[in-house]
Design a protein around this ligand. Structure first.
Ligand SMILES: [Zn+2]
Length: 345
């Protein structure tokens, strides 16, 4: 059985705006469910420290760091229509990035085979110089940059299955071929954040290393497993990563109130199992998962539990069925677009 570290800090509950869907109950319900299921009997619970300003500055501009820091020091306030800072938000956002870093270090130091960072606030909409969508600092990017510096990693594969495009992560790595950044999300034509199209492929040296997989509303397990099998895994195999990182947002779940996607509880276990297999093939099993969205707290807890079971080596059902025409067309378009950059025949 694999050794799995779970990263969590009780202070993650301190950033909490009344009535907001990105609420502390998201983690409370998951931790209660893990307790009921005995998860802490077989996984190691690790408490993180906040990341440093230096860690943040590997991914964000000094202007952005100072904006969040001073906004919080002055008592907080609105950043945009759905993102608010409280006085403690700066510290808790640093603690969230620190949680991702701890997960990364657990795996890279060999203290565990894999790790899941149960952090909030989330990070994948946080861009280099601005933020949005309940995020402040880009937790996953901050972790990847630190691990690259400490371990000289030249090929990191980052996969984001949150319902929303990982526009912040893509902004940070857009000209960087050392991080192959794949986001599968609901078609952003009429969905937040309004970017994340197939045609956005990265810039300069990073062209071909930003991959957006925009699926239609209503897409479910069969669409995701088809796209992973026919497109994402061939790209991953060609890239031969030294580390795999997953930004796990469970707002792609069928019970979630804010997306039109239809994934089951099983899908999150199955996708984790698929990336476990890829990590074993390419990088000694090194797999780090970190939490992004997911706003039905019960669906989130059940999906998180399946992720942990998969990290422990359990197998999940392979859902098969007719693949919708829109998904077949998307797979063809992705292969045409990215066949220039990766050997995916
Ligand atoms: Zn989301």
């Amino acid at each position: 059985m694999a050794k799995t570290s779970l990263i969590y800090h009780p202070d993650y509950l301190k950033h909490d705006i009344s009535g907001h869907c990105e609420c502390k109950e998201r983690l409370i319900r998951t931790m209660d469910f893990f307790q009921e299921k005995g998860v802490f009997d077989f996984c190691k619970l690790v408490t993180p420290k906040p990341c440093t300003e230096e860690d943040i500055l590997r991914c964000h501009t000094p202007e952005h760091l100072n904006y969040i820091k001073s906004l919080c020091a002055q008592g907080g306030g609105a950043i945009d229509g759905d993102t608010y800072a409280q006085p403690q938000t700066y510290e808790i956002a640093r603690l969230a990035a620190g949680g991702d870093i701890t997960a990364g270090q657990q795996v890279m130091y060999g203290k565990s085979d894999n790790a899941y960072a149960l952090v909030r606030p989330p990070g994948h909409h946080a861009c280099k110089n601005h933020t949005m969508g309940f995020c402040y600092f880009n937790n996953a990017a901050i972790m990847v940059r630190l691990l690259q510096e400490d371990y000289g990693l030249e090929r990191v594969f980052l996969f984001d299955w949150d319902a929303h495009a990982a526009n912040g992560t893509m902004d940070i790595f857009r000209d960087d071929p050392t991080v192959l950044n794949v986001s599968i999300h609901q078609d952003p034509h009429y969905f937040y954040p309004g970017t994340g199209f197939v045609e956005q492929t990265g810039e300069g040296d990073g062209e071909g290393y930003t991959i957006n997989v925009p699926v239609q509303a209503g897409s479910a397990d069969v669409d995701y497993t088809y796209l992973l099998d026919k497109f994402v895994l061939p790209v991953l195999d060609d890239f031969e990563p030294e580390l795999i990182v997953i930004s796990a947002g469970m707002d792609s779940h069928k019970d979630d109130p804010i997306s039109g996607l239809r994934l089951s509880d099983n899908a999150y276990g199955k996708m984790t199992e698929i990336f476990m297999k890829a990590a074993k093939k390419h990088c000694n099993g090194r797999l780090i998962i970190e939490l992004e969205g997911g706003y039905d707290v019960d669906a989130l807890a059940r999906s998180n539990y399946n992720i942990v079971r998969a990290l422990q080596g359990e197998k999940f059902r392979n859902v098969r069925g007719p693949v919708p025409a829109s998904t077949l067309m998307l797979a063809r378009k992705l292969k045409e677009t990215f066949g220039k950059y990766h050997d995916i025949k």
